[in-house]
Design a binder for this molecule. Structure first.
Ligand code: SF4
Length: 131
């Protein structure tokens, strides 16, 4: 899905180590400034164009992730940020882990890396916002 200049995302951490969150914070901060390309985080899935998901899906977050997906307007875009969300990463098979994101929903955009560089996060968000 390609939008017209604006991309509002609800971020959901389904089991990350927080490394990806550090890089997302940098991507949104002035150095990389994803906001100038229309991308920003919002507090509710009901206000969002899609989800920005980090981490491997844990048993504890499987239900909340599905509830958040159900609350999204349609159509929506699903962005998997970091190897854990893309393919399970280093935690795949660990106790408490259900699996990668595509076991619940197929991502539209994947951002590989452990963690991905803020430049790659901004480039991926721009590929959707169209700016
Ligand atoms: S991809 Fe790497 S940095 Fe991101 S949550 Fe997984 S282990 Fe942490």
């Amino acid at each position: 899905m390609k939008l017209r200049g604006s991309l509002q995302l609800r971020h959901v951490d389904v089991g990350s180590c927080n490394g990806c969150e550090v890089e997302i914070t940098s991507a949104l901060a002035p150095d990389y400034d994803a906001g100038q390309y229309g991308a920003r985080l919002v507090a509710s899935p009901r206000h969002a164009d899609g989800l920005l998901v980090t981490g491997v899906v844990t048993h504890n977050m499987d239900g909340p992730l599905r509830q958040t997906l159900a609350a999204l307007p349609r159509p929506s875009v699903i962005v998997a940020c970091g190897d854990c969300a893309v393919n399970g990463g280093i935690f795949l098979g660990a106790q408490g882990v259900s699996g990668p994101l595509d076991g619940v929903v197929t991502p539209d955009v994947v951002i590989p890396g452990c963690p991905p560089h803020p430049r790659d996060i901004v480039a991926a968000l721009r590929s959707v916002s169209g700016r």
